[in-house]
Design a protein around this ligand. Structure first.
Ligand code: FAD
Length: 386
């Protein structure tokens, strides 16, 4: 019996570590990732302003697993009916139970020039490229315009880092930063009180917010927009353009983000967890693509895989075991906005030092949960300095 987990992000790492403890000893467990490190992606925007944080947010995969075999290779395609994975090494992996945890890619929606001229932000290398171009502009002594397209968790946090970087470089007066959002509020899938506090924090850092504003095209020097209600068009100067306007499924699944239901199963033998899937939980709620959701969904997915493996190893007689449904409950949401932060805990919205402390503790709490205590300590130090 072979269980294969594809992707070692939040979903894949959490799922695999749990399966290491719960799968019967006769089952083999393999995790595949194209990288040999696990990236704490929800902190990657920090690299734009604090490159030294990189050490704390990259965790070698070999230190995370005791039992699972780690394969470093790119997944080219997955046949979820046959239970077969094609790797870029030419190898094919067969699985009895598999979990797709490949995260997401940036979606460009075929908007002309956006893929060519927009920086994406998914990796440390992406953040370093944004930092390099931003520093060139900020240190040039000339006026400059920066546009961030998309005001979800990534866009808000990127805009915040860029504004604080401008201030640290003494260039705030010369640099305009504009954050564009197609929907009618920043952080559009989050509660209203949270959205309002995020907008205030962005405003305090002189970030101009254009909501109901869709990007229609990008060139080397400009971003074209259209207002969703009035249809009015505009051309914004953009010496630096960062695009965080949406996500698509992984390349290995041809960009698809399949819908999975409450048991997180895509087919009888394949589960999908994290950004890769559009998850509808046991309450019928669409779950936001987030680290928070990926970690929480990995737990019932691991339970369900272990139950099915045990049942099959015992002969697979009678009915399939009842699978555990995923209910998405989070205590709240936290974003950094440069040197500030906003946290919603239950109905209460916090900003300032309390929110910053919570933000640091969430990242550190995650690293501690995967036994990376040293990195957790480093992260707290970096976050407090930020
Ligand atoms: C700048 C930024 C800030 C964010 N802030 C927050 C936040 O504050 N709070 C929050 O909850 N969420 C935040 N998010 C969102 C969060 O990071 C994602 O939702 C989360 O990473 C999804 O976890 P995952 O396990 O599904 O995918 P990922 O963490 O993306 O992991 C996917 C893994 O699959 C691997 N992989 C992908 N394709 C292949 C392939 N073909 N072959 C082999 N391996 C492959 C990748 O290398 C990666 O290790 C932020 C995201 C960004 C970019």
């Amino acid at each position: 019996m072979h269980v294969v987990v594809l992707g070692a992000g939040y979903a894949g790492v959490t799922l695999t570590r749990k399966l290491e403890d719960t799968l019967p000893p006769e089952a083999d467990l393999t995790i595949v990732d194209e990288s040999d490190t696990h990236l704490v992606q929800h902190e990657v925007h920090r690299v734009i302003r604090r490159p030294s944080i990189t050490d704390a947010i990259e965790v070698p995969l070999e230190s995370l697993f005791d039992r699972a075999e780690v394969i470093t290779a790119r997944v080219e395609s997955v046949d979820t009916d046959a239970g077969a994975v094609t790797l870029d090494t030419g190898e094919t992996l067969a699985y009895d139970y598999g979990a797709l945890c490949l995260g997401s890619e940036t979606a460009f929606y075929d908007l002309p020039g956006v893929a060519a001229h927009g920086h994406t932000l998914k990796s440390v290398a992406d953040a370093e490229a944004i930092r390099e171009q931003a520093l060139d502009l900020l240190d040039s002594g000339e006026p400059a315009s920066i546009v961030v397209g998309g005001a979800g968790l990534s866009g808000v946090q990127v805009a915040g880092e860029l504004a604080t970087l401008a201030s640290e470089e003494g260039a705030s007066e010369r640099v305009d930063i504009t954050l564009l959002e197609q929907q009618d509020a920043v952080a559009p899938v989050f509660p209203e009180a949270f959205q309002d506090a995020v907008a205030d924090e962005l405003g305090e850092r002189d970030i101009e917010i254009h909501t109901e504003t869709a990007v229609t095209e990008a060139t080397d020097t400009a971003v074209a927009t259209r207002h969703e209600r009035t249809g009015e068009t505009d051309d914004l100067d953009a010496d630096l353009f960062v695009w965080t306007g949406g996500i698509a499924g992984p390349d290995a699944m041809a960009g698809d983000r399949p819908v999975v239901q409450r048991d997180l199963r895509l087919t009888d033998s394949t589960f999908a967890v994290g950004d890769t899937a559009r998850i509808v939980d046991a309450n019928g709620e669409a779950v936001p693509a987030s680290a928070s959701a990926a970690i929480r969904a990995a737990n019932p997915a691991a339970e369900n895989i272990a139950k099915l493996v045990e049942w099959e190893l015992a002969g697979g007689d009678g009915f399939e075991p009842e699978l555990t449904p995923f209910r998405f409950n989070v205590p709240g949401w936290i974003v950094s906005v440069g040197d500030g932060a906003v946290a919603q805990v239950g109905p209460e919205v916090l900003t300032g030092g309390a929110a910053k402390a919570l933000k640091a503790s969430v990242g550190a709490g995650y690293l501690s949960s995967i036994q990376e205590v040293q990195k957790a300590t480093e992260l707290v130090g970096e976050e407090i300095e930020a």
